[in-house]
Design a protein around this ligand. Structure first.
Ligand code: GAP
Length: 514
């Protein structure tokens, strides 16, 4: 996939709408910023991604179980987790354009421009010197590259110091010193930088009853931490063990953008793995590898994934990495793997006064377990699948098509049953085949329009197999099965159809590779 391809991204977004994957929310009222609804095909793809994740976690690991906690939680949860005091983004407004920005993003974008200049200088030299180019030597001696590098490091260090110490005046000074202008208006007329808490809050109960402020959860993880003891005791779980959960999370993002990449209401699939203190970094490496394998088993191109190890760790983490995916706007975070130490359980012990420990019979002592977390955004995963699958291509016969080459086990519809003509008893026979298949697979029956147009419609929603019923079917009970990606066709007996398709579209195919 070409990087930073705006047109491609626009085409993917309009295709997703045209074929019932994603609609702007409340569109008849002109929509609500950065909020989307999943349509009839979208919900099926989303459910299949969830199933692949859930089975990979809960069914494939005898020591991982799932829960489904409430979105509302006791408000002290968020005090203990640090979200009330520290889940903030620094924001700044431009007084002329009235646009609001994240101050750190403005600075990061400025740094990215200097990085681009540095990389251009290196690429130019590489072209000039050809084979004999010694990159390391060039980077460490070329005065221009060194100057750029020094600027980058100085800015990053100032940003880390000011943000880290909560020195918001210092962050504004940095923006002014760098002469950063509003990308929309070009104005440098900025307000002060303020902290903006990302949690949505609401009132529980009526005011007369003594309403109290509660939050919509900004991550699903805390629902797992507060249930650690319930699950450990009732499931008689032994360390190491994991708790998995899929559910909605809410963040009042200052700028939500890039389609479903950054939204204010989104879904997470998180797993907390409780381990013995001291063993966490071994498990951290284990889960990094396992999660990358989960992604790569989908066959969406190994080159489209990479790890990004965090250098600046959050105060509670002793290791953290992102799995980045090559989205249409470049490599961006898809999933995080974090070694969260005993921070969360320790904090909940302190705030709740309840012991959240594990008695280790081998060591004959109790301890607060350490935690490795894997956290993936379901909507981001959806976007990754959509972007990697979307292709505009010309077939051998010269016809053009837009096809979604969605991995078959994730495809919303597995098979379409198509009578060649709308007469001669073909629709009736096709309905018999549809009835035979519908218990095992999501199937579509379509008889309107010429067969070629029906194939195009199924390609556009990513249906891996089309079955055509023709006059020969009436004589010998065979049908044509057409494969989406190659458009190759084959004759097959009707009584073999279910087994044959099941083998090709089953999620088990993916699970066996893990
Ligand atoms: N419990 C850890 C946690 O929530 P995070 O890095 O803030 O960590 C985890 O979020 C994942 O959730 C991200 O990798 C991303 O896929 C997804 N995510 C976070 N914010 C999001 C947003 N505003 N819109 C869509 N997905 C988001």
């Amino acid at each position: 996939m070409a990087q930073n391809d705006d047109n491609l991204f626009k085409n993917i977004i309009s295709h997703a709408k045209e074929y019932g994957f994603i609609f702007p929310s409340s569109e008849i009222y002109d929509g609500l910023a950065a909020t989307y609804d999943y349509g009839q095909q979208g919900v099926e793809l989303k459910n299949n991604i969830k199933e692949y994740w859930w089975k990979a976690m809960v069914r494939m690991n005898e020591n991982i179980v799932g829960i489904d906690a409430a979105i509302f939680m006791h408000p002290t949860t968020w005090k203990a987790s640090g979200h009330v005091d520290a889940f903030n983004d620094p924001m700044i407004d431009n007084k002329d354009s009235k646009k609001r920005y994240r101050a750190d993003v403005l600075i990061e974008d400025h740094v990215a421009k200097i990085e681009a200049k540095r990389d251009k200088e290196i690429a130019k030299a590489e072209k000039r010197f050809g084979e004999s180019f010694d990159r390391e030597q060039f980077v460490s001696t070329n005065p221009r590259v060194l100057r750029y590098q020094e600027q980058i490091e100085t800015i990053n260090a100032r940003m880390k110091d000011t943000l880290g110490s909560g020195d918001l005046a210092g962050v504004k000074q940095l923006i002014e010193d760098l002469e950063i202008a509003d990308p929309v208006s070009g104005s440098r007329n900025w307000t002060d930088v303020r902290q903006f808490n990302l949690m949505f809050s609401t009132e529980l109960g009526s005011v007369a009853d003594g309403a109290s402020k509660i939050y919509l959860r900004p991550e699903t993880a805390q629902g797992i931490f507060v249930n650690y003891l319930n699950v450990q005791k009732t499931g008689r779980m032994k360390i190491p063990f994991g708790i998995a959960q899929i559910g909605k999370a809410f963040r009042n993002e200052i700028i939500a953008r890039q389609f479903i990449f950054r939204m204010r209401e989104f879904e997470q699939m998180e797993m907390q793995y409780f381990v013995k203190p001291g063993e966490e970094l071994t498990w951290y490496e284990h889960w990094k590898e396992k999660r990358m394998k989960w992604h790569q088993s989908l066959g969406m191109g190994e080159e489209n994934y990479r790890f990004h190890d965090h250098l600046n760790l959050a105060h509670y983490a002793n290791a953290a990495a992102d799995i980045e995916f090559n989205f249409p706007m470049g490599f961006k975070e898809l999933e995080g793997i974090h070694s969260r130490t005993d921070f969360d359980l320790g904090a909940h012990e302190k705030y709740s006064g309840k012991k959240l420990q594990f008695f280790d019979p081998q060591e004959n002592r109790s301890y607060v377990p350490y935690v490795i977390e894997t956290s993936i955004g379901l909507d981001r995963m959806f976007l990754a699948v959509l972007a990697a699958s979307y292709q505009e291509e010309t077939l051998e016969d010269g016809s053009e098509r837009v096809v979604l080459k969605i991995p078959a086990p994730l495809a919303p519809q597995k098979v379409a049953v198509l009578p060649l003509l709308k007469k001669d008893g073909l629709p009736e026979k096709a309905m018999e085949v549809f009835e035979q298949l519908k218990y095992d697979f999501n199937c579509q029956y379509e008889e309107k329009d010429a067969i070629g147009r029906r194939y195009r419609r199924q390609d556009a929603i990513g249906t891996p197999y089309c079955i055509t019923i023709d006059h020969d079917t009436l004589k010998d009970n065979t049908v044509t099965i057409r494969e989406r990606d190659s458009a190759a066709q084959e004759r097959i007996a009707i009584d073999q159809l279910n087994d044959r398709i099941a083998d090709l579209v089953s999620i088990n195919r993916l699970l066996r590779q893990l």
